[in-house]
Design a protein around this ligand. Structure first.
Ligand code: ACO
Length: 422
């Protein structure tokens, strides 16, 4: 293949170089398009055909259903790695040695105290507030309490900012949930592992000793690994674009949380569970809901199905489906909505509408069933996703800053009125 792409506009021919990724994916480098053509741009709503950056973090092939972090398959990582090991891998590029992981964990723990005044901000929210809005606000507020975190000009300063957010974020997650439940807000236990500590902060009752459940710890660890990065998705692109103005890491992540909140993105896990519940309450007639999903006059969509980039099984969905079966069996829970989910999946995989559009279950289709089995409230599901995605956001933000990427500022094709007299 030639290493150039040719473009002809108005009889004039222009050449642009091709860029090849390490997995042979090809992109046309149009950085010089406007300058050489005298102002022509490309139009690509939703960025369906646009690579916004070159990135060495996550590879995914949506046609083949492949997902790898730093070269390691998601299947291997889910089976063999710990969440904290994956956090290190994503952010620093290689799997940690035991010693590196211990130092990293100790540094995170040393930064895990959140200023007590943050509780006053939490106090101002109504109990009805959605946890994602609360978490986004608290994360943004962290900058006010840690103004030095915005300076990441040295490797040491960058590291300090990274371990600070990794230490404080689980506290904000736990407080967000507990405040809503009227439970006291406490700090973590530095003798515990990262995920176990989070669970204790979330679930410890004031009048009872907290007893860790290894099944729940392992299942959550795996779920967090599966959510840890997904290259340039909506929330990650948001984090990179906000950070490209040199806004701090905490502010950028706060924006990423808002992007993740929407039901077409991370909010789908809550939407899936609500949909499955609604189908159950309506008598469990999955065929009726399949028909609604296919009806172009009906706004109903089968939540947890379809993906912008996967036109094959989402590899994370395969792992989560097995995990859902295991966790429910291990915890001795029989959840009728798991049967509804399986029935919907079977029907969709054999249905022409879904087959032709290559709509497969995505990561969110089964995750909510596991979260529910763990006792996590439905409106906290997307918060759990945010906690899982945190390392991906950090890694992508750090990569963007280290590469000194230009500020994200797309163009537009103006379609409004021409000049009018006032
Ligand atoms: N149920 C029914 N029809 C669907 C669904 C669905 N879940 N998803 C897509 N379609 C149909 C569309 O109606 C469209 O049909 P048409 O060609 O006849 O108009 C076609 O499939 C293509 O859909 P688009 O919306 O154009 O695809 P896009 O890539 O823009 O959207 C998205 C992807 C947002 C994920 C979409 O599939 C969807 O809304 N799914 C449900 C929400 C969901 O599960 N989101 C989580 C995604 S994973 C994540 O973010 C972590």
């Amino acid at each position: 293949m030639s290493n150039k792409a040719k473009l002809t506009v108005g009889g004039k021919e222009y050449e642009f170089p091709l860029v090849k990724g390490s997995e042979e994916e090809v992109a046309i480098d149009i950085k010089s398009l406007r300058s050489v053509t005298g102002g022509i741009t490309t139009l690509d709503p939703g960025f369906k055909n646009t690579s916004s950056c070159e990135s060495a973090i996550t590879f995914l092939d949506g046609e083949k259903g492949i997902l790898r972090y730093r070269g390691y398959s998601i299947e291997d990582l889910a089976e063999k790695a710990s969440f904290l090991g994956v956090v290190y891998l994503l952010i620093f590029g290689d799997l940690p040695t035991e010693e590196q992981l211990a130092v990293f964990h100790a540094d995170i723990k040393s930064k895990s105290v959140v200023d007590d005044d943050i509780k006053k901000i939490l106090d101002a929210f109504p109990k009805s507030a959605h946890p994602m809005g609360v978490l986004s606000s608290l994360t943004s507020a962290l900058t006010a309490f840690n103004p030095a975190s915005v300076d990441v000009s040295s490797a040491e300063a960058m590291y300090n900012t990274v371990v600070k957010i990794l230490g404080k974020f689980p506290v904000l997650v736990a407080w967000t949930m507990r405040k809503k439940q009227g439970l006291p807000l406490d700090y973590g236990d530095n003798t515990l592992g990262y995920v176990e500590n989070l669970l204790k902060m979330m679930f410890k009752q004031p009048n009872e000793e907290y007893v860790p459940n290894p099944i729940v710890i392992n299942a959550l660890d795996k779920l967090l690994i599966l959510h840890a990065d997904h290259e340039q998705n909506c929330s990650t692109s948001t984090v990179r674009v906000v950070g490209s103005s040199h806004a701090g890491l905490f502010a950028s992540i706060s924006a990423g949380i808002s992007a993740l909140w929407g039901p077409l993105h991370g909010g789908a896990n809550q939407a899936v569970l609500e949909m499955l519940e609604a189908i159950r309450e309506d008598g469990g007639d999955t065929k009726k809901y399949m028909a609604k999903a296919k009806d172009s006059n009906d706004p109903f969509r089968l939540m947890g199905f379809g993906h912008r980039v996967y036109k094959n099984f989402d590899p994370r969905a395969r792992i989560i489906k097995v995990a859902a079966d295991e966790v429910l069996a291990d915890l001795g829970i029989e959840d009728p909505i798991l049967d509804i989910a399986k029935a919907l999946e079977q029907e969709a995989l054999q249905d022409d509408y879904f087959v032709q559009r290559k709509l497969y279950p995505n990561v969110d289709f089964y995750s909510g069933i596991i979260y529910r089995a763990m006792g996590i409230p439905v409106d906290m599901f997307t918060v759990m996703f945010a906690l899982g995605r945190l390392p991906g956001w950090i890694a992508q933000w750090k990569e963007m800053r280290n590469k000194k990427e230009p500020i994200g500022r797309p163009r537009q094709v103006y379609t409004g009125s021409n000049q009018r007299s006032f």
